[in-house]
Design a protein around this ligand. Sequence first.
Ligand SMILES: [Zn+2]
Length: 343
Amino acid sequence: MTPDSDALNAIAKIPKVELHQHVDGSIPVTLTWELMREHGLNPVESLEDMERLLTLQPEEEGTLIRYLDKFHYPGWITQFYENITRVVETIVAEAVSHGVTALELRYSPVIHTFAGLTIRQAISAVLSGLNHAKDRFGVETGLIIIAMRHQGPHIAKILARQAIAEAQHLHSKAGVVGFDLAGAERGNPPRLFTEAYAIARAGGLGLTVHAGEDEGPECIWQAVDELGVTRIGHGCSAIRDPALVKRLAEDRVLVECCLTSNYHTGAVKKGQPHPILTFLEAGVPVAICTDNTTVSRTHQGRENALLAEHLPVAEIAAIHDRARAHSFIRDVRTTVAGSPLPR
Ligand SMILES: [Zn+2]
């Protein structure tokens, strides 16, 4: 049932927790257009054409490859420190406008070093944007560092070490709070990255991984058993294995659910119910996440409204409340009295 205006107003007021949002796929179209022009880059003639390049079009829905294609152009402008800081501050401002009070952004620094930034500079450029945003809006933020699977386990280990150097618990301001793995799942199983995860864990970072988006439940088993993650990104295929669903519930492994994105990439087929409903029924902790607000033309309010077609608004508010206990951001987690820590 489509939520009525009372429900939409109530959704707007929920203090929201965003645990899975990528910088590269969330840069507003107008800002990308502006930065392209500032740098004399004109891949297309108009803002409308730019929008078509950056957002998934209806005829492009249903395959991961078309979805990932949308990350091509943002990479042209996010190679420079000030630009990275500016896009991050703008992304946080947008999230705040939709009621987000705790925001974990994620990003792979390696793909922002093509103009000469070091990995450390690529990380601190994001942190600088998060700090500006905190000063302006008082929102709690943290950065999750992503290792790209196709760059291999060695680069992942190097990244884990660089991420630790910028860890939140070593600094007074915004810092790195977590470690993640993303990119093509096929041919790159989680167990190849156990050493990188051991480094990140030893350095005090929260552990999550993109798994079960493009591959079966065995990848999620591996992520839990061999990487020791306390959260799973997407995890859609878990519902094909009831023993796995039970395990996620028992061990309080949270699934970062991204409704619109999952239909867009084909992780969930059009017309099928979203796995979040199965997870909720089974007592698996979940978070409602946007993944990529620009690519998927969405925001926290919209994702919550989609879920309100199936659940009462009070239950949606409770999901956000419970998700706080699983945040990798120390100050968000510790404000939840009596909740189990995610690690
Ligand atoms: Zn993602």
